[in-house]
Design a protein around this ligand. Structure first.
Ligand code: ZN
Length: 239
């Protein structure tokens, strides 16, 4: 188990974190030296991105509520926990929002780095190709040279864009216990209703993921749908 401290915040990385990151990076396709390097780069990007996300929660929490924070990276991503802080509603909201906020900042920083290193057109083409599978390589000479000459830096940059865009966006869906669910929870007092929204959203995500052949995402949201259903039933008579 890896342990270290960052900005005075203790961080623990559980072994399962690496295993899940490897699965998400397509460990089963890493059957060559090149594939293995690309997998390791993806795991490194996932590690940095989730750490930045959790640091967003932890640092915002320390500023708004005091106390001290700890971070754990585990099979479900990460968790920033606060000990002994006192939060107002807005402080609590800021603490949750700064996780995705930090993720989007890392996305923007990556995009701006590509603008500076390549060109605005190349950065735009790369984001379109990486995020939406659309766009074209024509008129993007820098990008083509970048892919050819710096394939591993291209891998890092495209993974940084992909992870910090899609994971951050998915995390903002109103499904407990994702950040989006917790943000919704500060506005919706009725727990039954909150988990019903979580159940419907998660079920819609299962259908969408299956349609897009994203089996792992479908499984994760299937689990979240079931969890929200259980919690919804628990709160039925208290609503
Ligand atoms: Zn978060």
């Amino acid at each position: 188990m890896l342990r270290f401290s960052l900005f005075g915040i203790p961080v623990v990385v559980q072994p399962f974190f690496w295993l899940v990151a490897a699965m998400l990076g397509g460990a089963n396709h890493a059957d060559s030296r090149d594939g293995l390097i690309r997998l390791i780069l993806f795991i490194a990007v996932a590690f940095v991105s989730i750490l930045v996300h959790e640091l967003g929660h932890a640092i915002a929490g320390r500023r708004t509520g005091g106390g001290h924070a700890t971070i754990e990276l585990n099979a479900f991503g990460g968790l920033a926990t606060h000990h002994g802080g006192r939060f107002t509603r807005n402080g609590h909201l800021a603490r949750i929002a700064w996780g995705p906020g930090a993720g989007f900042l890392l996305f923007i920083a990556t995009y701006l780095a590509l603008v500076l290193i390549l060109s605005p057109q190349d950065a735009k083409a790369m984001a379109q190709i990486t995020l939406f599978n659309t766009g074209t390589f024509s008129d993007t000479l820098h990008l083509l040279a970048f892919i050819r000459e710096q394939p591993y830096w291209f891998e890092i940059a495209s993974s940084l864009l992909w992870v910090n865009f899609w994971w951050t966006l998915i995390n903002l869906l109103p499904v407990m216990p994702l950040d989006g669910g917790q943000i919704a929870g500060t506005f919706i007092q009725n727990r039954h209703k909150l988990h019903l929204i979580g159940l419907i959203t998660a079920a819609a995500m299962v259908a969408t993921s299956l349609f897009l052949d994203q089996t792992l995402t479908a499984a994760v949201f299937g689990f979240l749908a079931w969890q929200n259903y259980q919690q919804m039933r628990q709160f039925r008579w208290q609503a």
